[in-house]
Design a protein. Structure first.
Length: 534
């Protein structure tokens, strides 16, 4: 967004007067099909002057797109509500103060990263995304295939500052910014033995006997793992675990309601629904690694594509939430894990065919000879874009406002700003209008707004129309309501049509005479004006 003036960036990054006035005197909603933006202005009027004014802009993600929360989970934006905690582009916790939605018909952009197809995101073309344009990297070559990723100088790339770019201006070969949770809260309860046992529970554990017994199931050949779990259970609970063998399955179990409640609280239960508590998500990475290590021993493997390459670690799970949380934890340790979603078919146990199940495969390396993904010393990853698709869409799109600067949030880990084609314009328009008389506010035009913002590019001037048009629509709505005012038959208080059939001043109800249409007391037998029987 370097094409915009400093004033535009100030109002874009830190908009003024965002929100809604519940009892607004006038409301104006306008839209522009050129950019897909819609905004609503709310005004309060006193003595013919605008006493207060707020605005909302609408956008920019389809309902099923997923936002990264403070707990490391991803939630569909349609399930994000006021007060929910989310992560911003700094990896810090913030919370939602407003949510918006509208109907949209047009094209969505689908960003498919070079690695981790799970992290594909969809959004409207005017949504600002934190990005490094490949062509702005010193001595970079145009993107032309897989090998070109290796020809980009990493030092030059990492010295290039990311910027918020409209989604429609992003190209294949550009780098999106992936951010992890930077919040760290240690907790002495989570010792090394406990973290290692929790890792084994995630991979091989389950709860039985109505929540009183913690069990672990291994192949009977996994003697080292069995021995470690036995030792961990004894060191944590002071109890010796019991054992039993069924065919090739070696089961370890301990009767401990306290331990069962603890692992359920912090790791969940049932393979598909296991997830980590926020307490674990915020622990220092050194402690989290103990859990990851034993989780990988139980549900993972290692392999090399070629002899001269470093090992690739793989973990598989049926829990989408857990997969995303593991990706976030590894990112805290400067390791980027790719997630691939796949459908598992034709599985049999003891001759019994199992239902098809969705699985999530995580893969990562502790060191790399060739780098497609780059890690910045500022604590974020640069993920190259492999493909951009345009998808026709008709339905609701949603967005929300967060509480603090820099007014950003994460979509599957990628940093985005609020839907911003009209944010700066709306913010400036409200600042210009507040305190003015209605006639003075009606004289605010797109040129007025653009001038105060230090100018707008010609292809963005239509956005300045939105601010002025929404303001004028709110004033016209107010004036229309003024013409519809009525008089309370009890106290002669002036009423708006929207307040009927109740007077706030005298706290009484009334009705309209079916013949003369004048307001009369609710329990009247006859109209005092025309005599009509009620």
């Amino acid at each position: 967004m370097a094409q915009y003036s400093e004033k535009v960036m100030q109002h874009f990054m830190n908009p003024k007067n965002v929100g809604e006035i519940p009892d607004a005197d006038g409301i104006g909603t306008v839209g522009n099909p050129v950019c897909g933006d819609i905004m609503t202005f709310y005004i309060k009027v006193e003595n013919d002057r605008i006493k207060d004014i707020k605005f909302k802009t609408f956008g920019c993600l389809p309902p099923t797109e997923k936002v990264t929360t403070n707990s490391g989970e991803v939630k569909e934006i349609s399930n994000i509500h006021k007060g929910d905690k989310v992560l911003n582009s700094l990896g810090e916790s913030t919370f939602v103060v407003e949510t918006y939605k509208r109907n949209f018909s047009g094209e969505l952009l689908k960003f498919i990263p070079f690695v981790s197809s799970y992290n594909t995101i969809s959004l409207t073309e005017n949504h600002p995304v934190l990005c490094i344009k490949r062509k702005l990297v010193e001595n970079s070559r145009p993107y032309g295939g897989k090998c070109n990723w290796l020809r980009l100088n990493e030092d030059n790339l990492l010295s290039t500052k990311p910027d918020f770019i409209w989604a429609k201006e992003i190209e294949v070969g550009d780098y999106l910014i992936f951010v992890s949770n930077k919040n760290i809260v240690d907790n002495k309860i989570f010792t090394k033995p406990l973290m290692r046992l929790l890792g084994y529970y995630l991979s091989e554990g389950y709860i039985s006997a109505n929540g009183n017994v913690v069990c672990f199931a291994f192949n009977k050949k996994e003697k080292k793992l069995i021995e470690e779990v036995n030792d961990l259970i004894f060191s944590i609970t002071g109890k010796k675990a019991k054992q039993r063998i069924r065919d090739n399955v070696f089961e370890i179990y301990v009767c401990s309601k306290k331990l069962a409640d603890f692992v359920t609280l912090h790791c969940g239960k049932y393979a598909k629904f296991k997830k980590l508590s926020e307490d674990i998500i915020l622990l220092p990475f050194e402690k989290q690694w103990q859990l990851l290590e034993t989780y990988h021993l139980g549900d993972g493997d290692k392999f090399k594509r070629r002899n001269n390459e470093s090992e690739t670690y793989r973990i598989i799970t049926t829990s989408e939430i857990l997969a995303v949380q593991i990706q976030q934890i590894l990112a805290r340790g400067s390791f980027f894990a790719s997630i691939k979603e796949r459908l598992q078919k034709n599985c049999f146990i003891n001759g019994r065919k199992l239902k098809e199940s969705k699985q999530f495969l995580l893969s990562f390396k502790l060191s790399r000879k060739h780098k497609f993904v780059h890690f910045s010393s500022d604590g974020y990853f640069l993920i190259p874009l492999r493909k951009i698709e345009k998808v026709s869409y008709s339905g609701e799109v949603l967005n929300f406002q967060v509480a603090f600067e820099p007014n950003t949030y994460l979509v599957k880990g990628f940093a985005v700003h609020n839907c911003g084609a009209a944010i700066a314009v709306s913010s400036m328009t409200t600042e210009l209008a507040i305190g003015k008389t209605l006639d003075e506010a009606m004289k605010i035009t797109r040129d007025t707004v653009a001038k105060e913002l230090g100018g707008l590019p010609s292809n963005k001037m239509h956005c300045s129309n939105l601010g002025a048009d929404a303001l004028h629509a709110a004033i016209e709505d107010y004036r229309k309501k003024q013409k519809q005012k009525c008089i309370c038959p009890f106290c002669e208080n002036e009423l708006r049509a929207s307040e009927l059939p109740f007077c706030k001043k005298c706290n009484k109800k009334f009705i309209s005479c079916p013949k003369c249409k004048k307001l009369i007391p609710e329990n009247s037998e006859n109209c005092p004006s025309c005599g009509e029987k009620i």
